[in-house]
Design a binder for this molecule. Structure first.
Ligand code: HEC
Length: 189
């Protein structure tokens, strides 16, 4: 313990010493590290099943738009996907869902889980219960257009304190495959 303490003091002393000689650009980096360290870790609730509501995803109707982002919406979103060009089911295309899962893991898991757990964006378990297939595909392929023009996506952006989902360029086919994965993940038969 005593040795550890001494080692700690030595490290701290060395750090102080090396900072002393730092130029202004190093100082800028120091500030950056400090502000990153303040970012809270993702919420976890031990022993409880996480839902959108209790995982820190949202307080209901917390936005000034008055829209409850946890509520079911019939919006098709704003974009090229409509009832005319997107049909789903009945049943799951398992091969398509498997492709979608792979695309999701590559392109989306930096910000989303397929459970209710929030990361940067909402946990996506149950998403097909509250959003239409067309809305989901429009969101995936053009998230900026959506958060600027679709009331539900706009409310989500507000709830995320302005953190904008980025376009991952998965393409129309990739978006359709991810949708199939979400449907499977939500228990569609
Ligand atoms: C940089 C982080 C980030 C990445 C990468 C990302 N998203 Fe998002 N996503 C968000 C945020 C943040 C929101 C909430 C809307 C906003 O603030 O832009 C969101 C919202 C969503 C929603 C709507 C959620 C709801 O509750 O209605 C869906 C669906 C979605 N994302 C799917 C995806 C998919 C699929 C991918 C991968 C192709 C992806 N996202 C990649 C951050 C991200």
């Amino acid at each position: 313990m005593r040795n550890l303490l001494i080692a700690g003091l030595l490290v701290a002393g060395f750090t102080l010493y090396s900072c002393h000689g730092s130029n202004s650009s190093d100082k800028y980096n120091e500030n950056e590290v400090t502000s990153n360290a303040e970012t809270p870790p993702p919420t976890t609730i031990e022993g409880k099943v996480l839902t959108r509501e209790n995982s820190g995803n949202t307080a209901s109707a917390a936005t000034s738009t008055g829209i409850d982002v946890n509520a079911k919406s019939d919006s098709k979103g704003v974009g090229k996907f409509t009832d005319a060009n997107i049909k789903v089911g009945p049943g799951i295309d398992a091969a398509m869902a498997a492709k979608g899962k792979a695309v999701f893991q590559t392109s989306c898991t930096a910000c989303h889980t397929a459970t209710a757990q929030k990361l940067i964006g909402p946990g996506l378990k149950g998403i097909t219960d509250i959003r239409t297939p067309q809305w989901i595909m429009n969101m995936i392929t053009d998230p900026v257009k959506m958060t600027h023009n679709d009331p539900v996506a706009e409310a989500l952006l507000q709830q995320e304190n302005g953190v904008q989902m980025t376009n991952q360029n998965v393409g129309d086919e990739g978006a359709r495959e991810i949708l199939e994965f979400f449907r499977q993940n939500d228990g569609a038969k």
